[in-house]
Design a protein around this ligand. Structure first.
Ligand SMILES: Cc1ncc(COP(=O)(O)O)c(C=O)c1O
Length: 403
């Protein structure tokens, strides 16, 4: 059992806490699904970019699926060589960095991307859009033909001759095996008809966030999808899992600043959508409880300190009413938590710790104001005659630097 109270007092809040044992457990479960198949698992780094977590994941033999340069660098720092590049706006800079890092697999979003990869020794896959809509929210459904990702299968011939495989990723937080069955059936048929030996089946496995949900049932997934649809594929499968591997391993610890009664009861905590944007962005549910529940149960909104009405972590939630100073734990926040956090309202992003049995490591210290301003300058060149400079109150009208 992780001692959350102790961690909050030692490292302060807001604090992300990750459980290494849970990460390993989830990887083993995922691997068992593909037992007997030639399948290669990559962690979708967009879910969590912390290099220490990536090192842990690497120790379990999992590669990294990256999009931006920071994700690539995180994987490189974790010494992951087994790299896959995704994304629909790749630049020559990311292509070069990926090749320099020894990356092997590239999912091209369109045949037009071939020009980026002509001279590079990578395995090229083309992302096809099977026109299947699935996923926990409209913002994370990616497989419809009105979504920006991939191309219709009719465009495969434009790239054939340069292609090693196809890629199908239909969305995230999918709890029902059926859309996977449909999408992979399309993917396998297309790959076979074009004699391609690589099929990237993306990620998207859903997890249980709320009491009325349950994880994607992996036994059912294996029975209904993996064995009948994927096992007959004569080639190698690539799998890109983010949420499944890391979400349940993460908790966000927040301190109660105040409890306010107006039209509703508001529990105000020390970070909200700035640390965890999922509830505001996707209407996502996360279980919330005080780590030491003691007050009477009460219906309340748990809200952050950010100047947005939408800065609500939990709506109309019955919980043991906390007092200021108490610590709340927001569950299942390992995926798309820190990686989507922001500095909005000039707030500093949380620290992160990794707990592995009896060992706890601070894997990202809390941001400071110096970090916040590290990329800024207060000086600028101006030709505006009325620009006033604190160190020079006699404005000359000449370009000058202002503090
Ligand atoms: C191309 C691609 N692969 C994999 C993933 C990981 O998805 P998930 O975290 O749902 O497994 C995503 C995220 O949506 C993605 O866009």
């Amino acid at each position: 059992m992780i001692d959350f109270a102790n961690l909050a007092s030692e490292f302060g809040t807001p604090l992300y806490v990750y459980d290494a044992t849970e990460v390993r457990r989830r990887i083993h479960l995922a691997r068992a699904v593909f037992e007997g198949l030639d399948a290669h698992i990559f962690f979708a780094v967009k879910a969590n970019t912390n290099p220490a977590l990536l090192s842990l994941i690497k120790m379990e033999g999992v590669g990294a699926d990256v999009v931006g340069p920071g994700e690539l660098e995180a994987a490189v720092r974790a010494q992951i060589r087994d790299l896959l590049l995704n994304g629909n706006g790749k630049t020559p800079a990311i292509a070069g960095a990926f090749v320099d890092a020894g990356g092997s697999y590239v999912s091209m979003d369109t045949p037009d991307e071939l020009s980026l990869w002509h001279d590079f020794p990578v395995k090229r896959l083309l992302r096809v859009n099977p026109n299947i809509v699935a996923g926990g929210h409209k913002h994370i459904a990616t497989g419809g033909n009105v979504h920006k990702f991939g191309v219709a299968p009719e465009r495969i011939p434009e790239a054939i001759g340069y292609l090693d495989g196809l890629h199908v990723h239909i969305g995230s937080q999918i709890l029902d095996p059926e859309p996977f069955r449909e999408a992979y059936t399309a993917g396998v048929n297309l790959a076979q008809s074009y004699k391609l030996k690589l099929l990237d089946i993306g990620g998207g496995w859903g997890i249980r966030y709320g009491h009325d949900e349950r994880d994607l049932d992996l036994d059912e997934f294996r029975e209904r999808v993996v064995l009948p649809v994927l096992r007959p594929f004569d080639g190698t499968l690539l799998v890109e899992l983010g949420r499944w591997i890391i979400a349940s391993a993460g908790s966000l610890l927040l301190q109660v600043i105040s409890v306010k009664k107006s039209g509703k009861t508001f529990v105000v905590v020390d970070a909200g959508m700035n640390a965890l944007i999922r509830p505001a962005l996707y209407d996502a549910w996360h279980d919330v409880e005080p780590i030491r529940p003691r007050g009477p149960r009460c219906l309340c909104d748990v809200v952050g300190p950010v100047c947005e009405t939408g800065d609500v972590l939990a709506h109309d939630r019955e919980l043991a009413l906390p007092d200021p100073g108490d610590i709340l734990r927001i569950a299942n926040t390992g995926a798309y938590g820190f990686s989507m956090a922001s500095n909005y309202n000039g707030t500093m992003r949380p620290a992160e710790v990794l707990v592995d049995g009896a060992n706890t490591t601070l894997i990202r210290r809390r941001e400071t104001l110096d970090d916040f301003f590290a990329t800024c300058s207060t000086q600028f060149r101006t030709s505006h005659a009325t620009q006033r400079n604190d160190s020079d109150s006699h404005s000359s009208g000449e370009p000058h630097e202002s503090n």
